[in-house]
Design a protein around this ligand. Structure first.
Ligand code: ATP
Length: 370
């Protein structure tokens, strides 16, 4: 039986940026799934406030993210984002149109969560049977690191170029506390309780400082194992034995690269959800881009977008103490997993022929019948 929303529901205002390319397609799918789960569970109501942002908007108006949209986002409870950017639309310096990065900086969303979890019978890159046990979260610091140089790098007389890495104590302390708290929560749910710092402390002062702060914060979490891994070894181990990790935490640029590698382990970008979380706001979006090669064909895999929407419900639920919201997120995850592991869907990027609509419809049917 459906529990339609009532006027007593807890309302959450969500700023929705579908973006460009397949962002629009996967967002439609996620919004349909959100409506279905809200109807199923009841007890909360999402008010979707739709805004244009991205390369298309920049091409048409000269701005990628308007002041009005930023003000709307500031007044909302969470932000849901599809994907932004088009290959032929660039800023004058040649860099990509990426309002998602602007949002991370504007709202201080320092903790970029990139879960990497194998789904039974789902796509996998590794033949080793232990690949079924891959289940870790990579936290990518998302407001500084090498990305702090974005828009500030210099090219000197066409002779040399410089971009500067920034690591601050303030952000690093919050980042590591977030990582250790997450590992503590996961440990209560049966995970090992381990945080792995990925750095390059053997070469860079910035990374040695990063590690020093990690050590200082680790002392406050004696029940959690703290270990280090150089970034080059991390790249190796993510292929060799990724099932040994629980929570990994790293600098912005390293996280950018390694999270794509992690996505490849469990089916690729179409299966890689993400959340950029700060102390007062969060953006939920798939880790993939706008995939111009398949945009408009109906082939985009909306799994990552739908899972990101589930992460949003989980975050809203725990932040505001609304259990119905947390439950709704769990139901979406279960339905998504059931659809894949039960062989009900096989998307194009996993070698099948099920498009965006088929995935959304299957997940919605499973939600209704759960
Ligand atoms: P960005 O620089 O914004 O991260 P990108 O160009 O590196 O983007 P994506 O757009 O994420 O890369 O995708 C690379 C390729 O992966 C796409 O061209 C597409 O073929 C595939 N891909 C990405 N996301 C999806 C998806 N959701 N469904 C199906 N295929 C996808």
């Amino acid at each position: 039986m459906s529990n339609a929303s009532t006027s007593n529901d807890r309302d959450f205002k969500i700023t929705v940026f579908p973006g460009d390319g397949i962002g629009l397609e996967v967002m439609d799918a996620a919004q349909a799934v959100l409506a279905a789960v809200q109807d199923k569970v009841g007890g909360f109501c999402l008010i979707h406030d739709l805004h244009d942002a991205g390369a298309g908007l920049y091409r048409d108006t000269g701005t990628a993210l308007s002041e009005e949209s930023i003000r709307a986002a500031e007044a909302s409870d969470a932000i849901l984002l599809g994907a932004c950017g088009l290959p032929d639309v660039r800023y004058p310096d040649g860099t990509e149109i990426a309002p998602q990065i602007d949002l991370r900086f504007h709202f201080n969303l320092y903790a970029g969560l990139r879960p990497c979890k194998a789904i039974p019978n789902g796509p996998k890159a590794l033949a080793d049977p232990r690949a079924d046990d891959i289940d870790f979260i990579l936290i990518r610091e998302s407001t500084e690191g090498l990305f702090a140089a974005r828009g500030k790098g210099v090219v000197i007389e066409d002779r040399e170029a410089r971009d500067t890495m920034v690591i601050t104590r303030d952000v690093s302390e919050r980042l590591f506390d977030f990582a250790f708290n997450l590992a503590t929560q996961r440990k209560a749910a049966g995970y090992p309780g381990k945080v792995t710092l990925i750095d390059k402390a053997n070469v860079f002062s910035s990374m040695a400082f990063f590690r020093k702060i990690f050590d200082e914060r680790a002392v406050n979490f004696p029940d959690i194992e703290a270990e280090y891994l150089y970034v080059d070894a991390a790249a190796l181990n993510l292929v060799r034995n990724p099932w040994i990790y629980d929570v990994m935490v790293t600098e912005n640029m390293f996280g950018d690269i390694l999270s794509d590698q992690a996505a490849a382990l469990v089916g690729g970008m179409g299966f890689a959800p993400s959340a950029d979380i700060g102390d007062n706001m969060a953006v939920f979006q798939p880790a993939h881009g706008t995939a111009p090669d398949i945009a408009g064909k109906g082939w985009a895999n909306p799994t990552a977008m739908i899972q990101s929407a589930a992460m949003m419900l989980d975050w809203l639920g725990s932040r505001h103490g609304v259990d119905a919201c947390t439950e709704a997120g769990r139901l979406i995850d279960n339905a998504m997993e059931k659809a894949i592991s039960g062989g009900l869907i096989r998307t194009y990027d996993a070698g099948g022929s099920d498009g965006t609509d088929k995935v959304a419809k299957t997940v919605i049917e499973l939600l209704r019948s759960s």
